[in-house]
Every structure is written in C-alpha cells, then in structure tokens.
Design a protein around this ligand. Sequence first.
Ligand code: ZN
Ligand code: ZN
Length: 974
Amino acid sequence: MRLGSGTFAACCVVVEVLGVVLFLRGFFPAPVRSSSSSKHQAEPPAPEPSAGASSNWTKLPPPLFSKVVIVLIDALRDDFVFGSKGVKFMPYTTYLVEKGASHSFVAEAKPPTVTMPRIKALMTGSVPGFIDVVMNLNSPALLEDNVITQAKAAGKRIISYGDETWVKLFPKHFVEYDGTTSFFVSDYTEVDENVTRHLDKVLKRGDWDVLILHYLGLDHIGHVSGPSSPLIGRKLSEMDGVLMKIHTALLSEERETLLPSLLVLCGDHGMSETGGHGASSTEEVSTPLLLVSSAFERKPGPHSRHLLFYHDLFAEETWLCVLWSLSALSADVFFVHPVNPVWPARGSRFRSCWLGDIRHPKHVQQTDLAATLAIGLGLPIPKNSVGHLLFPAIEGKPMREQLRFLHLNTVQLTKLLQENVPSYEKEPGFEQFKISERLHGNWIRLYLEENNSEVLFNLGTKVRRQYLDALKTLSLSLSRQVAQYDVYSMVVGTVVVLEVLTLLLLSIPQALSSKAELEVPLLSPVFSLLFYLTFLVLSAVHVIVCTSTESSCYLCSLSWLTAGGVMVLVSALLCAVVSALTKVLVRGKLLSKNAAHSNSRWSELDLLILLGTLGHVLSLGASSFIEEEHQTWYFLVSTLCLALCHDIYRNYLPGDDCEPQRCLHVEGGFDGATPALQDKNTSSAVLELNRGCKSPSSLGTLRGYEKWMVLASPWVILTCCRLLRSLNQTGVQWAHRPDLGHWLTRGILEARFVYVFVLGILFTGTKDLLKSQVVAAGFTVKTVGLWELYSGFVLLAALLLRPHNLPVLVLSLLIQTLMAKFVWKPLRHDVAEVTVMHYWFGQAFFYFQGNSNNIATVDISAGFVGLDTYVEIPAIFLTAFATYTGPVLWASHLVSFLSSEASSSSALSHAGFCYALIGSFPVSAYIILVTSLRYHLFIWSVFSPKLLYEGMHLLITAAVCVFFTAMDQTNTKS
Ligand SMILES: [Zn+2]
Ligand SMILES: [Zn+2]
C-alpha cells in the first residue's frame, strides 16, 4: 500500500493521539470509591459498640442543628478572612473569628483548584480525579453519594442561589434555586446581587432547612484584576455585610426553635498572585472555613490571656512564642524560643506574632466538611468521603454522643479502606480502629452500669483520643490511595506512542524523498504471520493481566472487542516498525557498498535545530524547567534569529567561500543520503523554495532597500521578541512582576459583529479551496483560499485575545512577514527548516501571549466572547483557539506560505511529515519522563498539568497534519 508522506504522517499522529489518550486514562487514577455506591438503598447505621451489655442506640443520632446556611465565596483565600485584609474589610467576620461562638480552620483544597471539583469535594468528601478539570466546563449531575442527596432523601428542604454549577450537579434537589452563570468574568456586581436580592425574603421565611449561597464576584475580580485590586476590599466588605445579615437573622430565629443553627463560611479555592486558580500553590489551595453557631462556646472576652504556640512548618524548626496580652491589640509580648533565638532574622514571622495576629487557624482538608455537615444534619456520612469530622464542632456534646459520632465516622472510613485496599488489615489505621472500638465498648459498659463519673470521664477521653488518631490515619491513607496509577493502560499507551515515533523516525528517508511517498507493507504474507503471532501473544498477556490484578484497570474494564482493537493496533504498528527497520538496514548495506554516496553536510542551522529540539525535550525532566518553559523557547527563538543573522551575513558578504549551502541539499538528494537515524526533522530534506538554486550572489542582486531589509530583519525580529517577553510575565518565578499587560484594561467587544466577518472570510476561503479541488481551477485559487483562511484566523484571534494581547498578534504578523519576505525567500531555506522554524515560533508565541504550563493561565473568559448563554461546543472551541492562537496562526501561515512559494509539489507533504515528527517527539519523550517521575513531589502540581498541555499540543499537531494532507490532496488533483 503506497501512501503520500503527508497522509502517512497524519495517520501516525492520529494513532499517537489514541495512544496518549490511553496513557492519560491510566495516568490520572480512578478515585477511591465505595463499591456499594451504585446501590441506592440506605444501609442501617453502625450500632454503638458494646462489650457484653447490649446498647440500644442503633439509630442515627438526631441532628445537631436545625438550619444550615452555607456561604461559599468563590476564590476566597484564607488571608482574605484571617489576614490583614480580613481585619480591614470584614470587621464582623473578624469579630466572629476572634470573639464569637465559632471555630475557624484553613481548609486545604486539593488540585485542580477549579470550582466544580471543589464543590464535589465539599459535598461528597471524596477526592475527585485530576481529570475532573477537563469536565469542569460541562458539569453533569453528581451521582456519587453526597450530603445534598442525603439531605433531600431525609426530607430536608434545600435552597440554592448563586453559581449554576450547583443546579447542574444537583438538578432535582432544590426546592428553590436561582443559578447564575460564571462565564461573564467581567461582571462582578450583578452575579452577586442576583444572590443577595433573595436573602431578605428567604431569611424571613422558615420553610427551609439548608440554604446554599455561592457568590462569584470575588473570583471574577481575581480573574480580571488580581488579588491586590482595590475592588477586592470592596467585595469583601459587601460579603461581610451579607454574613452579618444572615447571622443576625439566624440568631433571632433561634429564640423560637429549640435547636441552634449553623452558619458555614467557606471558599472553593483560593487565587494565585495573578488572580487565576487551578494549580497547587499555597495561595490557590488555602481557603478559610468558618463554622458559626450558638452551640459552640463563645471565645474568651477581651480581658483574658492568650497562649499561642506558633509552629512554623516552613522553617523546619519549631517556633514557640508566647503571647501574653490583656487585649489583642495592646499587648505585652514575650518571646521564648527553646533552642536558639534566631527569630530577629525572620522579621516577617516575628512581626506576624508581634502584631497580635493570633488568627492562625488549624489546617484541615476541604473534604472534612462533608462528614461534619452530615453529622450536623443527622445524616449518614457520604460513602466515598475520605475526610474526618471536624472535632471542635461536636466538642460541646456529652461524651456518649461525641464517641458515637467518632465511631460512625471511623466505621465509614474503615469500610472505604476495606473496599479499596487489598491489604487493609496491615494498615495502621485499621488496627487503631479495632482498638478504639474495643475500648469504646468497655466505656459503654461502664456507662450503662453508671460507674464513677471520674473514671468514666478519664476512660472516655482516652477512647476519644484513640478515635481521633484512627480517623487521622485512615483519612490520610485513603487520600493517598488516589495517587495510584493504572500501570497497564499507561504501558500500552506508551508502547503505541513509541511505536509511532519509531515508525516516523525510520521512514524519514522515504518520506522526505522527492517522490514523497512510502510503502506500508501491511498486506504482505510474511508480515501477516508476524502480525497474528504478536496479536496472539498480546491477547494472552491481556487475559493474564486482567485476571490477576486486583486494582482497577481501564483496559480490562473495556469490552473484549475494544480491547482486541487496541491489541490489533499495537501488533500492526509493531509489524510496520519491523518492516521499516529491515528496509533501512537493507538500504544501509547497499549504501556502504556504494562508496560513492555523498554525505550531505549539515549547516549550523540544522545543528541548532537538532540540538534545540533535543535540549528542550531533556529540559522537560525538571519541574522548574517546566514551570519556566517559556524561557527555553525564548532562548531558542533568539538563538535561531542569531543563527539566521550569521547565515545572512555569510551569504551576503562577498569574498567568502561562495559555495551556497542550500544547493548542497538539492544535489545531495535523498536517495544517496545517510539513513538518517540521528534525528528527524533536520536530515537533509530536498528542496526547493522558489525556482531551484540560483547563483550564490543572489543576495547581491537584490535591490538596495531589500538588501538592507534582509540584513536588518533578524534584528527587528529579536527586538520584537524582547518586547513580547515583557508584555506577559508568565511562569512561576517572575509571574508577579508587573507586566505591560496590566496597564491596559479589558473593554467590551462588539463581538458578534466580528464573528459575522470571520465566518464570511472563512467561508470564502473554504469555497476557494473547494473550488480548486473540484474544478481543478489550479494553483492560484488554492493559494488565495489558504490566505483567506489565514486572515480569518487572524481576525478571530484579534477578537478573542484580551485587548492587552493585541500587540502579540501585531508583532506575530510583522515577524511572519519579515521572515517570509526577507529571510526564507532570499536564503532559500529548505522545507524542513522552514517547518521547524514555524513550529518554534508557534511555541514561543504560545508563551508570549501569556500562557504557561499551569492550568490557571487558561483564559476561559476569552471563549465566551459574544455568547449570551453557555453553549458548550462553541465555548470549548473558542477557549481552545484563544489558548493556542500562537501555534495555530504559525501553522496556518506555514501552509499558506509553502503553497504560494514552494515550487515542488511534494513541499506540503514534506512539511506535514516534518510537522508531525517535531510535534510528536516531545510528547513521546515526555510520557516516558512523566512515568519515571510519577512519585515526584510535584507530580500533581507541575508534571500533570504539563501532561495535559502536551496532550493538547499533540491534538493541535494532529489537526495541522490532517489539514496539510487535505491541502496536499487538492494539490495533487489540480
Ligand atoms: Zn471557583
Ligand atoms: Zn475562577
């Protein structure tokens, strides 16, 4: 079977995408789940343990609170409440924290710190898989066991106002709701007024049990102007007013009911220093959690003593500071340090103590809220919850109830452990649970026998401590379970990806030959024998793996037909690799006999491209190189400009060795070249911009101004790159530096008007392309069509990019024009080099526009320009386009440029092949890197997001290659 090299490359990349998808499915582990979660019937609660004498307390304990109000402020960071901003802008909340009947915590969110997975974590208590971030734009109903479903089943009436994610997750759970969409990021007043306007009415009515308010304004302010914007303070004051209103209303109503009520203030995630969220920096994962209820003891008044143990985890040394004060603000402070009084060196830590900042709440997990809410509402704890009950919430209850609550939580966690860990009996948490349950039984016996109260109290405290330890251990080991990989799927995915890469590398000689065609020997009998053998072996392995393994495995859960398809793919690829290898070996033998073969020389540029590609791939093994990957690309692009400069001057200055570099490639041809095993993209591709090779002095024949433009253009491009660099500070280390982008603010765009134009241009472009294909109207029509598509993309990019990013677009166009007119054309670079340069610049522009390898920098708002409501498919398409504007624009420029400039008909084929190769090389290498680094500390925060980005890059590469092939087809037909 003969295939054009472009088509071949496109097929390869598409298969590689499948491999990467399989790898990702295995890499992002399935979360810890209870096996009984599918069954909906409620199980009876665990009875109170008892030794000998039987306890009659088998029912679930009654609720602790009559009403629960959850105020979720999106992107509320812990320091907005507990830090200086809280003191300044949230006086009422600060009063509640310091003096009120409340318990405050810093609840740590697990990455990805985006809204939907966080709401799920808060309500189910489970740790959602990382892949939930992909589902964030499309939140389907939550089927997992959760507090809301339990409350509904128990007949509680629930009301929700605010972010419509709640309504999507819980479509039939609310007796009343008003959802607001979170996609108009520039709106930060109306989204919140939409919530607050219901408050007066609803607080007066008594016909509800749970009220959920999700305020989005703060998050929107963060996205638009960052955490230090003056708008943040105003928003916090507004939220403080809301809290005061709710708290006073609850207090006045409590007088009529017997049970107290509970007010919960929390955030779903924090915000980074740039105002985004998604990753795992301290600012993004730390959220405040405040429980307010008259059931809790009031904090001591102003005339009492505070004792503060200040433990600085980051300094790796224990700081002990004793704050002795008559009041919080006019304090006499003494510092005592047990070992070494080094504190003056740590000025900031010292000041935070000295200023009387006594609000360093305990750190807990976000998942702990679900169990606490369930206990508070008298509901069973959600089955998949890995969190443990926040003990202070039940501290004021009698000992028997406390122990009962702790027992229920421990039983639930132990059950989850039994269902998810094969060797659960060896887990320390399980042993602790057994001990506490036995002690608890003894305590119940003593209690029922009405023993001496002091003995009872002492034993009770001991049991309680045992339970709390067990809870902590169980919760920790369950949370850790989430980091288990599905190695089988990962291996199969990696094998597919590597096979494709090897195939691409081995077929370089054929694919880049002047015919641009290659033979795929899938139908020959020898290979079909090999194919069947491999297929049989692989199927046997599959059966063995799937029957022996205990952990869940994606491939094994597939139907036999699908799994068989995967095996067919793997064996077919293997056969293709073997055949390509034999072909290369045979050819190598022939060549060594034929001594006359000329080894084509590598230019410096080729060498730079090769080393640059290898260096970039190697750099992906280090987390800080991933965080700062833009620096790598900026460096590569600048070096490329200098190399081009060198090239130009050498060609231009007379008296040099006049041997034109470019001509060598043409003469060398491919038939006589080395079977380029070294690397890919660079091996001397034949070619052919313009009309063959002119005389070396061609630069000298240029007109005066053009000559100067040629000489100057690399420097102009370098200057442009320097400017672009300071437009968006990205990465991690220097992201907080002020960038030019902050000076320009976002305006409102008359977007739909522009969409009409974009669609119009794209339509004419496509029409011309189709015409060139159908009517065989020829070359010019196709070129015109391609340039029309390109301008359509440019216009769409101009619409979607934030206004401050428009200079990126302008400079990108400028660089493309300069390169095309004054570098590629006069110097006649070959197709491979031009392709790689386009790819490099595309990558650099990905970062120039402010992207990074962090999920927080994806500009979701750009995808919703001109849309009234959330429409899924256009939204996803627009977001993806806005994020990948740089690579897409450069790729489409490449197609248009080659189609209008290259003389050879195989140019597009070659370019497609080179693009596939250079695009798939980093992904394949990164998959192996990430597998070897899967227990790295930063695997979830740095390497995993990068993996998702690499997957997206490959998808874009696949799309580009398919487009190349399509264009190539039209070319051959016309
Ligand atoms: Zn959020
Ligand atoms: Zn947000």
